[in-house]
Design a binder for this molecule. Sequence first.
Ligand code: GLU
Ligand code: ZN
Length: 545
Amino acid sequence: MTNKDLADLLYPNITKTIDDLEKMYPQRDLPNGAEVCRFAPSPTGRMHMGNLYASFVPEVMAKQTDGVFILRIEDTDNKRAIENGIQLIIDDLENYNYIINEDPIDGGNYGPYIQTERKEIYHIVAKYLVSISRAYPCFCSEDDLADMREQQEKRKERIGYYGHYAKCRNLSYDEVKKHIENGDKWVLRLKSMGDFNKKRVFKDLVKGTIELPENDIDQVLIKSDGIPPYAFAHVCDDHFMRVTTVTRDDSYISSVPYHLELWDACGFKAPKFAHLLPLNIKDGNTIRKLSKRKDPEAAVSFYHEKGIPVEAIKLYFATIMNSNFEGWYLQNPDKSYRDFKFSFNKMSKSGPIFDLEKIINISKNYLSRLSAKEVYDNLLVWADKFDKDFASLIKKYKDYTINILNIEREQKKPRKDFSCYSEIKSHIWYMYEELFNTENKNYEWQNITNKDEIKNILESYINKYYNASDDKDVWFEKMKLLAEELGYAANVKDYKNNQEAYKGSIVDISMVIRVALTTKSMTPDLYEIMKLLGTDEIKKRIRLL
Ligand code: GLU
Ligand code: ZN
């Protein structure tokens, strides 16, 4: 009996061959240098920032080389899968505007894109491995394997199904046939040719050359339920999806010698590997992995609720992905991260530190560069979800709101008031009559706190100097005249040189007007604010005091 007979005995219904698969999934017709990359999550729950970063990297590399970005769902471990897991992942990726070329919903020519739907492919490859004597069925029970482990522990030997412990390696065709006819449970194992005392050398695009012991364990390729564990599945998938670079978590690196043995055994050319270090976080004096459980900022929803723009987060990912990005972006603030040339060898070899403050900073800068209309549109999207009342207010006063958002904006050094959409209301609420009337007002008076003096300043201003049609220069001249009339220095220098001669300076005067109109001691340009508020509202607010 030949290996072919054994293969037919184990997989009687598999008629297709590797050659058929090679034809079904031909080499991709892509430009030179194009990378085919994939993100291959398990559908086990909501994505977190670590996953989003892990998907940013392959997406960026695929896009910048005019390649292909694939979403593949690795659901072979069904116990951990959750019901709408796939949709949750796609929603997050789409929300971040990742360009996905092939995925389980929209499909593609290299699917299916869900591992549990690719069983036939795995079995075709498995049957091939049996036929070339690189795989065999193992009928050992859980108890047999537990005994083996116990013996190995007692003898202080490596744990695993290898060497003389791999007893099903030598089963004859007839013995196998008897087991199968009995209906005994079996798994398919690799017949490893590795030598643990030899080294396998390989290149990792992030870490450089790596040397690890060869694999010599007859690992399970197909479990008794017909489903492969991760290792065998990903080799079949990445080969027939024509993936050129595998990006994945650093924790897989110790298994690479085993994976390479599989690539070789199948007769496939292995792709390039880039193992990504997990995001770390500073916790007091220690550095640890960013944790979904411990760190609120690990959740994607955290940014969503705050209204931190996804573009800002992607700029942050770009910053931690390549050490030379930040400098480039400072030189090219008007460009997108898509214009930067990323490379794997500029990735941190020690694990990037996840830094919320940095994200906030990037977000502040990013928001300051948007047009008022863009800020308005995004603010409305955010408010529709998280602050309905504010959403109706800014809808009602659309142009007015855009004008507010435009104060000190489209200029060389724009204001950087807010880092996220949820902060905007707290900066501009006083511009709305409705909110000014209803919010608790805490007037932030500064040097001048005396009620009579405040009244005096405001009344003199409104009766003698204020004129809604003044341009900014005239407005300012009048502020000076008002100061002089009331015994305040018209400029700060005069006041500094001769403090006894004055009650204060123009700064104190304009502060009173600012606080009276907004309650705030710090606001954007007062002239612009007054222009937008208009005469009636200004008079009303002054009369309140
Ligand atoms: N399904 C694996 C995980 O979620 C991904 C491994 C890979 O990208 O190859 O960790
Ligand atoms: Zn066995």
